[in-house]
Design a protein around this ligand. Structure first.
Ligand code: FPP
Length: 280
């Protein structure tokens, strides 16, 4: 852990930008990567340690994923750090995770600044204990003008909660006359999500071998490529990340449309009969 807490504001604000080095790939590079960081507890228990040891080690993987993605020129990295369901875990574990979050938000400031990373929280952030929320807001503020990668931490996040929150706000605006119900379309709904301006993830990675979405970004990953790694999060390091990125580069994305040679999408043509129709 960096000692950001002990450095002055001026030191924390100092930047050392390293050049972006894109890896050579056979295909496309993912601009937005989202990760379900799973397997901290299992990793620790397999080593005869307490679960919290896995969470603490998970911080090293968070730092490594953040710096590697920033240096490769990934535009956004979204990490599932704490779900709405995680509040149901035993109190000591929840308390530890909240302390770890605070520690991370303070301790990683220098790394975020050095790598030109902007930090943003998404989720029901008001659920967080005040000290954690205060550090989140301070780190968001400190990194606000950074121009490199956006690091989004999903905190007290649940996709169903996000959709319910959006629908409630839409209903409120429709009732007050600010929004015409007849005009509501997909883009309207998107505009009420927690962070509507960040493009959807291209690649969704889940660690620890589970094949589930666990209520993460359900709207936003509609067309994301999925990649499951058997590595538990504390052991998900550069080599595993590169394996996921190379797997993404080898995929062909169609977004439900047809593909032309070279991967370009066919021209949009609204619904209706076509006599030259072929299944894509
Ligand atoms: C899943 O492991 C992971 C979490 C509950 C949260 C992820 C948290 C971290 C990586 C550490 C904190 C991160 C930040 C940014 C402060 P699990 O406990 O569900 O593992 P298991 O499935 O093996 O039990």
């Amino acid at each position: 852990m960096n000692q950001g807490a002990k450095t002055s504001g001026r030191e924390q604000g100092r930047k050392r930008r390293s050049a972006i080095v894109r890896p050579e790939l056979e295909g496309a590079f993912p601009e937005h990567i989202a990760i379900i960081m799973d397997g901290n507890g299992r990793w620790a228990q397999e080593r005869g340690k307490r679960r919290i040891f896995g969470h603490r080690s998970g911080i090293d993987s968070v730092r490594e994923a953040t710096t590697n993605c920033a240096r490769m020129g990934v535009k956004s990295l979204t990490l599932y750090a704490f779900s709405v369901e995680n509040w149901k875990r035993p109190r000591p574990e929840v308390r530890y995770l909240m302390r770890l979050l605070r520690h991370f938000l303070v301790g990683e400031r220098r790394t975020l600044m050095e790598n030109d990373v902007r930090l943003r929280g998404i989720g029901r952030l008001d659920d967080l204990p005040e000290p954690a929320l205060d550090e989140l807001r301070s780190t968001e503020e400190l990194t606000r003008n950074n121009k490199g990668m956006l690091l989004r931490l999903a905190l007290s996040y649940g996709s169903r909660a996000e959709l319910a929150d959006a629908v409630r706000d839409i209903a409120t605006d429709a009732k007050s006359g600010r929004l015409d119900p007849a005009s509501i379309d997909e883009e309207t709904l998107r505009s009420y999500l927690y962070d509507p301006t960040t493009p959807d993830p291209d690649l969704l990675i889940r660690t620890a071998g589970e094949m589930r979405l666990s209520n993460f970004l359900l709207w936003q990953v509609s067309y994301s490529e999925l990649y499951v790694s058997d590595a538990c999060w504390p052991e998900f390091r550069e080599e595993e990340l590169m394996r996921a990125i190379r797997a993404y580069a080898s995929r062909v994305r169609k977004f439900g449309a047809l593909l032309e040679k070279g991967g370009a999408r066919t021209e949009a043509m609204g619904p209706g009969p076509r006599d030259d129709f072929t299944l894509g």
